[in-house]
Write a protein that binds this ligand. Structure first.
Ligand SMILES: Nc1ncnc2c1ncn2[C@@H]1O[C@H](COP(=O)(O)OP(=O)(O)OP(=O)(O)O)[C@@H](O)[C@H]1O
Ligand SMILES: [Mg+2]
Length: 298
């Protein structure tokens, strides 16, 4: 079955998991005897922007997204998605990953479903995002599209940052081209100023923190991002609000680094080992789903 170069015919496609600007993501399964389940992200060659191809001595000319994921295999982190393999045909590249959590359920969906999340759970999710991003920055990568749709969770409250479709190497900055999602874009990026990358990930993570805590966006358009006062709908805690305000500083130089964020009073004493079982709700949802589906062992 698995002779020669890997192709899409080695797999049975089980379900669609999302559709983005450049491709599609599917839950797939190796045809017998292997039967392992994987997530395949299709990256359509025709749609890859000219400046996001990268030439590599060993790998040839490949999309930057795959190059970054391949590089990150040298620096694994529990909250960053790991690429298992990649392959290509005439039309697409395919990024092969392990499925994390409930297929098709990302933090965006989770926030919609979980209407009254406690602060402890918000903190656990955010802590893991912050440590993922801090890790990326330390190994020289900027994500540039941090948002709830690009975070997946499993039944035990463990999160992984996914979607390196907008990522870049820090050494290639400062950047001028806008990438990512308007709602999460930092004011300086919207103004078209050159940006280094790390500070903008911190801004986006600040927007994310607000979204996790209040289930709504802080700013509704670019004008608000540039000018509006931060509206706090209700008080969750003074400490979380203080961190949000630090991260959403319009003055780039005054914004904390991701390491500073991890050392903020709201997160500093957080012990993920002790606090990570706060999302038993999702665990039971996942158990129910697994029990009622014919799909085995995710
Ligand atoms: N490893 C994974 N485990 C579980 N779900 C995943 C995984 N990778 C992707 N997904 C799901 O598929 C969706 C789309 O994936 P991703 O964000 O990588 O692609 P995209 O947004 O379509 O791509 P792009 O932003 O590059 O156009 C995610 O929001 C998530 O729900
Ligand atoms: Mg995405």
């Amino acid at each position: 079955m698995y002779k020669g170069k890997k192709t899409i015919h080695w797999f049975t496609i089980l379900e669609d998991m999302g559709q983005g600007a450049y491709g599609q993501v599917k839950l797939a399964q190796y045809k017998p005897p292997r039967k392992q389940k994987v997530v395949l992200k299709y990256v359509t060659k025709k749609r890859i922007l000219v400046d996001t191809w990268i030439r590599d001595r060993k790998l040839g000319t490949i999309p930057l997204e795959i190059h970054v994921l391949q590089y990150l295999r040298n620096y694994p982190h529990r909250n960053v998605v790991d690429m298992l393999d990649f392959f290509e045909d005439e039309v697409n590249y395919y990024i092969e990953m392990s499925p994390h959590g409930i297929p098709g359920m990302d933090l965006f969906d989770y926030i919609e479903l979980r209407t009254n999340m406690e602060e402890a759970e918000c903190r656990s999710i955010f802590y893991q995002v912050a440590s993922a991003v801090d890790h990326l920055h330390k190994v020289g990568v900027v994500h540039r599209d941090i948002k709830d749709e690009n975070i997946v969770l499993d039944g035990d409250g463990n999160i992984k940052l996914i979607d390196f479709g907008s990522a870049a190497y820090l050494k290639n900055g400062p950047f001028t081209v806008f990438v990512g999602t308007i709602d999460y874009a930092a004011p300086e990026v919207l103004r078209g100023q050159p940006y280094g990358g790390k500070e903008q990930d911190v801004w986006a993570a600040g927007i994310l923190l607000y979204t996790i805590m209040y289930k709504e966006n802080p700013f509704y358009d670019s004008n608000e991002i540039l000018n509006a006062e931060l509206r706090i709908p209700y008080n969750m805690s003074d400490a979380s609000e203080a961190l949000m305000r630090r991260m959403l500083k319009r003055n780039v130089a005054a914004r904390p680094t991701m390491e500073d964020v991890l050392n903020d009073p709201w997160l500093k004493d957080f012990d993920p080992q002790v606090d990570s079982n706060s999302s038993s709700w999702l665990a039971s949802a996942e158990r129910k789903r697994t029990a009622s589906s014919s799909v085995d062992c995710i």
